[in-house]
Structure formats: structure tokens, C-alpha cells
Write a protein that binds this ligand. Structure first.
Ligand code: SF4
Ligand code: SF4
Length: 400
């Protein structure tokens, strides 16, 4: 997924050689059977598995891409519902690309951009998120001041006034409410205890606009992105770190090529510090948990090892793996705007994952994405942890 702000904007037809050659082999509709032990966890695509019609799998969506390119039919409300039922989890592309060289997930994303350009997308349920981003610079309808409130009292440098090596990009999700702010507090405690020099932008921090990209509103994304880059450069920070994989993906894949600033997930930085002996994990956590790879952190950004290294170093954590793990992970169900437009599908996908956690013997799920964590927490009855809560507990910085 080699893109960037300064590159020529891609359009759906740039990938016509991909969707034209879909042979309906259906590799995108299931796992590699040699990688899962139980047939129960053989399926991969949440929307296809839930609705069972070909059109809800990547194979069907490739046919929709071909047909709308060929102008064989006028897209309808149903067409929009189908392409917005996709979590953009990337698993179909993971299956298809090595065999057929097709960028299925990117094609679905570009179909959404075409839908927005032509006025048949996004869905009604997505419009408040885009309106809120345009008016309030966050997708959750929050009033200005919420980011300053989230970092108030945490004792971190204000990079609008001071300098630091790292800019901690908080992201809208970790600042959204008191529950998420408590997880932000864990992140800050861990970074401080690890001796990381960092600061934040408070209310000056913009929205990364990952939701705009996911929903096909590329104009809404680009409108602020170039301005944001100047803001990041003006801080003088040599690195941006973020704990939100959605912010990470946008900052790394879209902004990074236009600025000379390294972008890392907080687990990547902490894993480096851990390797140098800069983190002392001494407190027993006493948990038996399975690690859920967030789609954006794993498949989209390739970060699999850093969170596992941190978790493996935690005393008293029995770390389990899901059957569908690493590049084959099942999505939590909330991504791609699905939680807003089809909450029933999003909840069903999360319950599937919780059942898989139980099947591998876990008492809890640990993950490294605020969206996955809050979605699992709000859906099932299993305990769910943000990885930074556990690392803070292992460092003796807080109790769990
Ligand atoms: S999208 Fe790829 S994996 Fe799926 S049916 Fe078409 S060619 Fe096969
Ligand atoms: S990106 Fe994920 S949810 Fe979307 S079609 Fe592919 S496997 Fe299904």
C-alpha cells in the first residue's frame, strides 16, 4: 500500500488489471486450512461470513468494481451497503495478493472514494462522523477542548511551547472519554517510567482523519493533511509516536513520505527500550490472555512482534495465541466504519473473536488498539485490556 500525500491520487481504474482477473477461486473466503486447527475458525472475512452472499466477499466486490467500471449497472443503495459492510481488515488481500497479485482491500477503499465522488456514498450513518470531522476536527462530535482536558494533569511537555525528541500523537479515540483517558494515562506513565523524552500538542493536535480515508472522503482527508504536516515539523520532534493503529497507519502511509519524521507505534518504541534494558517489569499481573492483532497495526502496518515482546516480558502473564493470529487475524468488527453503519455485524464479529479467545483457553483479551479494546469491552463479557494497562501494571505504575 505505497501511497502518500505528494503522490498522484489513485483511482479505481488504476487497479482494473486486478479486478478484471479475479478468477473466483475463493481463496479470499477462508483461511489456509493448514493454519487453523478447528474448522470452527476457518472463516476469514466478517461481512462475507455473516451475510453468505458472494457479493459480501472480496470476490463479489471485485465483480462490483468491474461492473461499475464497465458501466453495466447504476450503483444503488444496496451497492453502497455492500461496499460499506467491509471492515477494510485486509485479510482478503493477505490471501489473494501472494497468489493472484490483487489489491482487493485497496480496491474496496477506492470504490468508496468513487461512491463519495459520485454521491452514492457514504451511508447515512457515516455522515455525522464526516460532518463532525469537518466542523469540530474529530469524528465523535466532541467539543473543542477535549484533547487539552485529556492530557491535563498528566505532567507532559506542551510541544507548542517546549521541545522534545518525540511527539506523542494522542489521537481522538484515546482522548474521547474518561475510560479512554485512563488508558492514555497508562501510556504516559509507561513512557515516563521508560525514560522517553516526549510531549503532546494538547488542543492543537489535529484529527489524523483516518475515518475520512476509510469512508472514501479523500478530499476531507487532504484538506487538512498538508497543514498538519507543517504543524508536526514546527514542533522540531524527530519522531512521532502514537498508540492508536489507525493514526499510525495514516501518519506512516500517508503523511510520512511528505515529512522527514519517523513514525512509530508506542509498542515499537517501548520494545526498543526494553531490548536496551530500559524497562523493568517486576510486578506479577496474574492473567491468562490472548493477544488480538489489530488489523491496522498488524496487516496494515506490519507490527506483530513489538507488542508480543512486551507481553512476553510481563511476569505472571500467560500469553496465548488465537487460532487466527498474526497476518491471519480475525477483525474485531468495528473497522471501516462498520460499527456506525451496521452495529449488528460489528457486534457479531466481536462475539466470534471472544468465542475464539475462550476456545484457546483465555480468560481475557489483550490488544493494542483503542477501537478494538472498546469494541470488545462493549460487546461481550470477557475481560479486555489495553496493552499499556498491563505494561503499566508490570512496571508497578498502577494496579489492574
Ligand atoms: S478476490 Fe482474489 S482470492 Fe478472491 S476469488 Fe478473486 S482472485 Fe480469488
Ligand atoms: S477487507 Fe476484510 S472485511 Fe473487507 S472484504 Fe476483505 S476480508 Fe472481508
Amino acid at each position: 500500500m505505497d501511497r502518500g500525500l505528494t503522490r498522484k491520487r489513485e483511482k479505481l481504474t488504476d487497479y482494473r488489471d486486478d479486478y478484471w482477473v479475479c478468477g473466483k477461486c475463493k481463496m479470499c473466503q477462508s483461511m489456509n486450512v493448514q493454519k487453523v486447527e478447528s474448522a470452527r475458525f476457518y472463516r476469514n472475512c466478517p461481512c462475507g461470513t455473516r451475510y453468505r452472499f458472494e457479493s459480501y466477499y472480496a470476490a463479489g466486490m471485485m465483480e462490483i468494481a468491474r461492473a461499475i467500471t464497465n458501466m453495466e449497472f447504476e450503483p444503488t443503495q444496496k451497492t453502497a451497503e455492500i461496499i460499506y459492510s467491509c471492515n477494510l481488515c485486509g485479510l482478503c488481500q493477505e490471501m489473494c495478493f501472494p497468489l493472484k497479485g490483487m489489491h482487493t482491500t485497496r480496491i474496496i477503499q477506492l470504490m468508496r472514494e468513487k461512491a463519495v465522488d459520485e454521491g452514492w456514498g457514504p451511508l447515512e450513518a457515516h455522515k455525522p462522523m464526516l460532518d463532525s470531522t469537518a466542523e469540530k476536527d474529530n469524528p465523535f462530535g466532541l467539543k473543542q477542548g477535549f484533547k487539552a482536558k485529556a492530557v491535563k494533569g498528566l505532567g507532559v511537555k506542551d510541544l507548542t511551547k517546549e521541545k522534545a525528541e518525540n511527539l506523542l500523537f494522542v489521537g481522538c479515540a484515546y482522548a474521547a472519554d474518561e475510560d479512554m483517558q485512563s488508558k492514555l494515562s497508562s501510556i504516559v506513565k509507561v513512557l515516563k517510567a521508560a525514560g522517553v523524552d516526549f510531549g503532546v500538542l494538547g488542543d492543537a493536535e489535529p484529527c489524523c482523519r483516518s475515518f475520512n480515508l476509510a469512508l472514501g472522503d479523500r478530499d476531507g482527508f487532504e484538506e487538512k493533511a498538508l497543514e498538519n504536516i507543517e504543524l508536526f515539523k514546527a514542533t522540531g520532534a524527530s519522531r512521532i509516536i502514537t498508540a492508536c493503529p489507525h493514526c499510525l497507519q495514516v501518519l506512516r502511509d500517508e503523511y510520512c513520505k511528505s515529512m522527514d519524521i519517523e513514525v512509530l507505534h508506542v509498542t515499537e518504541l517501548l520494545s526498543r527500550v526494553l531490548k536496551k534494558g530500559g524497562i523493568e517489569l517486576k510486578q506479577e499481573v496474574g492473567i491468562r490472555a490472548a493477544y488480538h492483532d489489530p488489523c491496522m497495526l498488524g496487516r496494515w502496518c506490519g507490527v506483530y512482534n513489538s507488542p508480543r515482546r512486551l507481553l512476553q516480558a510481563l511476569p505472571g502473564l500467560e500469553l496465548l495465541e488465537f487460532e487466527r493470529k498474526l497476518e491471519d487475524s480475525w477483525c474485531c468488527g468495528s473497522g471501516g466504519g462498520v460499527k456506525a453503519s451496521d452495529p449488528e455485524l460489528a457486534a457479531w464479529a466481536a462475539k466470534e473473536r471472544i468465542e475464539e479467545a475462550r476456545a484457546v483457553g483465555a480468560d481475557a483479551i489483550v490488544t493494542a488498539c483503542p477501537h478494538c479494546e472498546s469494541h470488545f469491552s462493549g460487546t461481550g463479557d470477557m475481560r479486555v485490556y489495553d496493552i499499556f494497562q498491563l505494561v503499566a501494571a508490570g512496571m508497578g505504575e498502577e494496579a489492574i
